[in-house]
Ligand binder design. Structure first.
Ligand code: HEM
Length: 274
């Protein structure tokens, strides 16, 4: 008697020939049958790298658009747009005081589509800051930071700081007057602990403010060293940290038993779903 896969699809040996080979290749990519049974529907999700981020079954409350307002997903969409447009901008941009400003002007007025890419990047950056703050407010007002989700709230705070860090570090890169003075003001705010250490008379021994400012700028004022530091932070360090953080954030949502819902019982102290 002929053996068939549990999905009901015949194997290469059963069909034979070129058709069998093609079917074999197809089956090595699509490993499930037509999604008309609960098992095959589950396999569609489980056997796909991108879809398996979602759980196979979700509570109907999680699908209510009015509950999350899609703000977390929107934050992620902005992050992806920023990553893609950022890589394109990197092709043209040079982080040197002699060239940075001209390169941005080229992007605006010479390179075809450059202005569109730059504006997509700028507006998505503003959008992400606004939407992440709104997402945080939604999580707070629905009490979704409770019942084992405290850790994910802390991961969220880290993501908020990274989002603001990305926004601030990108500010300097156009190397125009606005960039120069905005970062000068930011660096002076970072140096503000000096007021306290001065009042305590310990600045000579522990100049925390001055050290933070010099660490940020690579000197006492905004110059070539500051530009390269901000470039590395903006294009490598912070995006990588945010990508890892977002991965942990999504993984925690799954481990916490999906999204919060009204009337939910408290989880165990390790936060795992029962
Ligand atoms: C880069 C920034 C962020 C991204 C991409 C992101 C993404 C997401 C997504 C996609 C969800 C699923 C539910 C939804 O769409 O609302 C979610 C849930 C959650 N987020 Fe975020 N998030 C970010 C920042 C934050 C911040 C700043 C906080 C709070 C400080 C936070 C705390 C949470 C918590 C506690 C949940 C679970 C909510 C529930 O169970 O109802 N996230 N996040």
């Amino acid at each position: 008697m002929m053996e068939t896969h549990s999905t009901g699809i015949k194997s290469e040996a059963e069909i034979g020939g070129v058709r069998g080979l093609l079917r074999h290749v197809y089956r090595s990519v699509i490993r499930h049958g037509y999604p008309d049974t609960p098992r095959n529907r589950s396999l569609v999700i489980i056997s796909n790298l991108f879809l398996h981020i979602h759980s196979v079954r979700v509570h109907k409350n999680s699908l209510r658009a009015g509950y999350t307002l899609g703000l977390g997903v929107l934050s992620f969409v902005f992050f992806i747009i920023l990553a893609v447009t950022g890589v394109i901008l990197m092709v043209y941009y040079i982080p040197s005081p002699d060239q940075a400003y001209d390169r941005i002007k080229d992007l605006e007025f010479v390179i075809p589509g450059g202005r569109l890419i730059r504006n997509l990047h700028r507006w998505s950056a503003h959008g992400m800051v606004a939407v992440v703050i709104l997402h945080m407010a939604r999580v707070f007002y629905t009490g979704s930071y409770k019942n084992g989700r405290e850790f994910n709230w802390v991961v969220g705070i880290v993501l908020l700081v990274l989002t603001l860090g990305l926004s601030y570090s990108g500010y300097l890169l156009p190397w125009d007057q606005l960039a120069f003075w905005a970062v000068t003001i930011g660096a002076n705010i970072a140096a503000s602990p000096v007021e306290l250490t001065d009042a305590l008379g310990i600045t000579e021994y522990a100049d925390i403010g001055g050290m933070t400012k010099r660490l940020l700028l690579g000197g006492n004022e905004v110059g070539a060293d500051a530009l390269i530091r901000f470039y590395v932070l903006h294009c490598v360090v912070l995006p990588l940290a945010a990508a890892v953080g977002i991965g942990v954030h999504f993984w925690r949502i799954r481990k916490d038993g999906g999204l919060s819902r009204p009337g939910e019982k408290a989880h165990g102290h390790n936060g795992e779903a029962p």
